[in-house]
Design a protein around this ligand. Structure first.
Ligand code: SF4
Ligand code: SF4
Length: 58
């Protein structure tokens, strides 16, 4: 299982400020999660309330 940002991301940027280990950064078309840095804490999914429902755990 890994946290991922799907193509529904509208690049609002709010998840960037939520991640405690700076694993989220702005990519070309969407924000992206660096799987090497992600600790799977779940904050981006539970605390952020992504407006586009773009963050998934799969
Ligand atoms: S909160 Fe959602 S829409 Fe906003 S940048 Fe993050 S993934 Fe994209
Ligand atoms: S699960 Fe936690 S560490 Fe991983 S990207 Fe989301 S907020 Fe960051």
């Amino acid at each position: 299982m890994a946290y991922k940002i799907t193509e529904y991301c509208v690049k609002c940027g709010s998840c960037f400020f939520i991640c405690p280990v700076a694993a989220i950064s702005e990519g070309q078309d969407t924000y992206v999660i660096d799987q090497e840095k992600c600790t799977q804490c779940g904050k981006c999914l539970t605390d952020n309330h992504c407006p586009a429902w773009a963050i998934v755990k799969e």
